[in-house]
Design a protein around this ligand. Structure first.
Ligand SMILES: Cc1cc2nc3c(=O)[nH]c(=O)nc-3n(C[C@H](O)[C@H](O)[C@H](O)COP(=O)(O)OP(=O)(O)OC[C@H]3O[C@@H](n4cnc5c(N)ncnc54)[C@H](O)[C@@H]3O)c2cc1C
Length: 456
């Protein structure tokens, strides 16, 4: 009897529990359901679509080498999948389906519908570093604060270091693969490695050369100080277990010290897990609601012209504008700038964080619902373990601290190339560059008043 592995956001052949289980269960086929209408609904970025197509192509080639037939089925929309999966299983005489769990509420409902539609077992396997149902406090409740969560997660991972599964043995001679056609508007993602080999090389290089400097470099957008693995992690071309295993190999014991550079990078992988467990335990955040219910009463100003200026990188605040232009031009933004630009939108322009969350989803190559939502609600002070509402980034100070010589700013804002010092960080009357659209002090006062209103 034939087994089926159903790929979702886990487009790899290494460390893939569902693939290994399907191969072990007998001859196996593989399937992926493409949902272009769903991608449109979520406004998925053209660069992300291109990256997804390349990742599927790379996976198809990998599976062909293993002799595993792979079908990419156009399901148009999520809701059609249960019936299409049942039909597919009937057509190929599938006896059992294996997939990794996806822990967002819509995905869990889809999987429940699939179980009902199938007359054969659908086995869902864990693909987390720490499963949300296990990463809870002693009383069984979910963590709402990152530090105790990360302490617990670290301890548990130290006791049970996750195993990285090998690629399964080939089940037949290699077959040829077809070229996967575009499914909607695309934008070139070629600079982003996508094959498993290339992404593993990227991981190896980062852990061997740069993880030790991570703490010193990670906050400076002009420095290539972070791993840039987010796009590959978001589509599951690489697993967080592979990241940990390589970190341990290159950095050894240091990774367990949260204050070391390697430990600091480990922490970022845990933030990713943390936001996944928040979305699992508090599904209202996945439905567009704030984690802190009282912040739903915030009276955002939502001025369209301010939103347009922010999107275009024309606010007159160089660090904000450089970040937004990096996003528009490259489909990726440095973490420090995601924090600064998100904070600016909510706390200086007083625009609802959901507008920014959607815009990031529409632009980012690494768009990941849980991390993006977590990042936005953190910046807007509406989320779990969010920045306190009265902590408002001063964009000029951020610029002076993290891009003192303006190396990054000048890369994205050529109009400011000739400037330095205060004139660069707080430009006034520069030809071709806008004046600041809001005053920092006034905006800060308004933001405090907005939050005060809901606290009274
Ligand atoms: C407003 C806002 C929106 C964000 N949206 C996304 C998003 O859609 N997708 C996304 O992957 N990350 C998002 N992040 C988190 C973070 O900015 C990116 O993961 C990071 O910049 C990716 O670069 P890197 O791979 O070089 O990260 P590294 O610094 O090398 O970190 C390694 C990995 O850890 C994870 N990670 C790092 N920082 C965070 C974090 N703060 N929260 C969750 N996971 C983290 C990522 O998977 C990342 O690839 C957002 C942050 C903010 C403030």
């Amino acid at each position: 009897m034939t087994a089926l592995v159903w790929f979702r956001n886990d487009l790899r052949s290494l460390d893939h529990a569902a693939l290994s289980a399907a191969v072990a269960a007998g001859p196996c086929r593989a399937v992926y359901f493409l949902c272009p209408a769903q991608l449109d609904e979520h406004g998925i970025a053209p660069i992300r679509r291109h990256y997804l197509r390349r990742a599927l192509q790379a996976l198809a080639e990998q599976l062909a080498e293993l002799g595993i037939p792979f079908d990419i089925i156009d399901a148009a929309h999520f809701r059609h999948i249960p019936k299409m999966l049942a039909d597919y299983c009937q057509q190929y005489g599938i006896a059992q389906v294996f997939a990794h769990e996806e822990l967002l509420v819509d995905e869990m409902q889809r999987d429940a519908a699939c179980k009902r539609a199938l007359s054969i077992p659908l086995t869902l396997l864990d693909d987390c570093l720490i499963h949300p149902s296990l990463g809870t406090k002693d009383d069984g409740s979910a963590y709402k604060v990152f530090t105790p969560y990360s302490r617990r997660a670290r301890q548990s991972l130290r006791e049970h270091f996750p195993r990285v599964l090998p690629r399964p043995q080939a089940q037949a001679a290699a077959t040829a693969t077809a070229r996967i056609e575009a499914f909607g508007e695309e934008r070139d993602s070629d600079p982003w490695p996508v094959t498993e080999k290339a992404v593993l090389d990227q991981l190896r290089e980062f852990c061997a050369q740069r993880a030790v400097k991570y703490s010193d470099q990670r906050n400076f957008p002009a420095v290539d100080g972070t791993s840039r693995l987010s796009a590959a992690l978001a589509l599951g071309v690489i697993s967080p277990r592979q990241c940990l295993a390589r970190l341990q190999l290159e950095c050894g014991e240091a990774m367990w010290d949260a204050k070391s550079s390697a430990g600091n990078w480990f922490n970022e992988l845990l933030w990713r897990e943390f936001y996944r467990q928040v979305a699992f335990h508090f599904p209202q955040v996945v439905k567009g609601r704030a984690f802190q219910a009282d912040t739903e009463r915030l009276r955002w100003r939502n001025k369209r012209e301010h939103f347009a200026a922010w999107q275009a990188g024309e606010t007159g605040y160089p660090i904000v504008d450089a970040g937004m232009r990096q996003l528009a031009q490259t489909g990726w933004m440095h973490n420090r700038l995601r924090m600064v630009t998100a904070s600016f939108l909510c706390k200086h322009l007083h625009i609802d964080w959901r507008w920014g969350e959607r815009h990031f989803l529409e632009q980012l190559i690494d768009a990941d619902f849980a991390s993006n939502n977590g990042g936005w609600q953190w910046a807007a002070s509406t989320g779990t373990d969010a920045v306190p509402y009265f902590r408002i980034f001063n964009p000029t100070t951020q610029s002076q601290r993290f891009d003192a010589d303006g190396e990054f700013i000048k890369q994205f804002i050529p109009e400011l190339r000739e400037l330095s010092g205060k004139a660069l960080h707080q430009p006034k009357n520069v030809a071709g560059y806008p004046q600041a659209i809001v005053d920092h002090k006034e905006s800060r006062e308004t933001c405090l008043a907005l939050f005060q209103e809901i606290r009274d």
